[in-house]
Design a protein around this ligand. Structure first.
Ligand SMILES: *Cc1c(COP(=O)(O)O)cnc(C)c1O
Length: 344
């Protein structure tokens, strides 16, 4: 039975073309900055994001943490939303490693506005309060179902951060999905930030790696922190070679994943047991709420697994599907047929 793996876009393996360039890549010691393929990837990342410099990092989590450490002083506070990857799924590094407290903003849908953030900014030198050191924005927003922060909202948040002289970091693990949805250039999004992290290893099919982009000075600081955290890789060019294909090629085909997800959502919506907020179906992540059924998410995920459809339980009554390069239109129809055999 063909397994249709809709758990995450992280399950996408490198393409054949990637494996070939990984084999032949020119490599060197990247801690000495002598890996020409890593250097090439970093130059490309800086160029397409319109930032001065880029740093290749093993994971998005490390990229975010380096950004946080490089922008702030210990004891400051970072503002992010309560369901952000940075606060929820990065092992608490904001506190335990960067030495910061966090202000978790509660928002519907993961999208926060300048108005909400404004209330939470602490800039005065009141001895009682931790000063705001950084604002983090996640785009697309994973837990909110891959939704995209509209440009106008990003602009307002960016201008607020300028007014208060507080750096703004974008957790852009899936920023190319956001750019695809908004039909805009990556530069238009990164221009509204001081730094941005994006993953090569998710929908872009690289086996490993993310890029952190920002000013030359910022990247210099982040490079030092990367070494401290044990992220100074040696012949990392074998991965960077795949990353170059991710940027040049895979970032330009995400519309297909979005179309497939939207098809999946339309079909799943017809089942009585599923409730979907179609307005949130924007990119490659779909959240489905279970209604009119006694079954909880774990049970249903297990049943679907038995018929060869993999997805994730997010809460007791919510499951998540994610499309990627290895999910084709036919797989969506097949998944629907199989799901209809176990649920109504
Ligand atoms: C996946 C992800 C990251 C980083 O993930 P790694 O697995 O560490 O590469 C960061 N932010 C968001 C929103 C993500 O989905």
């Amino acid at each position: 039975m063909k397994i249709i793996d809709l758990r995450s876009d992280t399950v996408s393996i490198p393409t054949e073309e990637m494996r070939k360039v990984m084999y032949t890549a020119e490599i060197g010691d990247d801690v000495y900055q002598e890996d020409t393929t890593v250097n090439q990837l970093e130059e490309l990342g800086a160029e397409i994001s319109g930032k001065e410099a880029a740093l290749f990092v093993p994971t998005g989590t490390m990229g975010n943490l380096l950004a946080i450490m490089s922008h702030t002083q210990r004891g400051e506070q970072v503002i992010a939303d309560e369901w952000s990857h940075i606060l929820k799924f990065e092992g608490g590094g904001v506190g335990s490693i960067a030495g910061l407290s966090s202000k978790e903003i509660q928002v519907d849908n993961g999208i926060f506005t300048a108005e909400i953030i404004k209330e939470e900014i602490v800039t005065n030198d009141d001895v009682h309060c931790a000063q705001t050191g950084l604002i983090c924005l996640e785009n697309t927003h994973n837990m909110a179902g891959g939704i995209v922060t509209p440009l106008k909202q990003m602009e307002e948040i960016y201008w607020l951060s300028r007014q208060h002289d507080i750096p703004l970091h974008i957790d852009g693990a899936r920023i190319f999905n956001a750019a695809t949805h908004l039909k805009c250039n990556l530069k238009e999004l990164s221009a509204l930030s001081d730094s941005m992290m994006f993953c090569l290893s998710k929908g872009l099919c690289s086996p490993v790696g993310s890029l952190l982009v920002g000013t030359t000075d910022f990247i210099k600081t982040a490079r030092k922190h990367r070494k401290t955290l044990g992220g100074g890789m040696r012949q990392a060019g074998v991965f960077a070679a795949a990353g170059i294909i991710s940027l040049n090629k895979m970032s330009k085909r995400l519309e297909e994943d979005h179309e497939n997800l939207s098809l999946l959502a339309e079909k799943l919506q017809e089942f009585n047991s599923f409730n979907i907020n179609m307005a949130n179906v924007q990119t490659n992540i779909l959240m489905v709420d279970l209604i009119n059924t006694e079954k909880d998410a774990d049970t249903l995920v297990e049943e679907m697994k038995n018929v060869g459809v993999l997805c994730s339980a997010i809460t007791a009554k919510r499951i998540r599907f994610v499309t990627h390069y290895y999910i084709k239109k036919e797989d969506i129809s097949l998944a629907i047929d199989r799901i209809s055999s176990i649920i109504n």
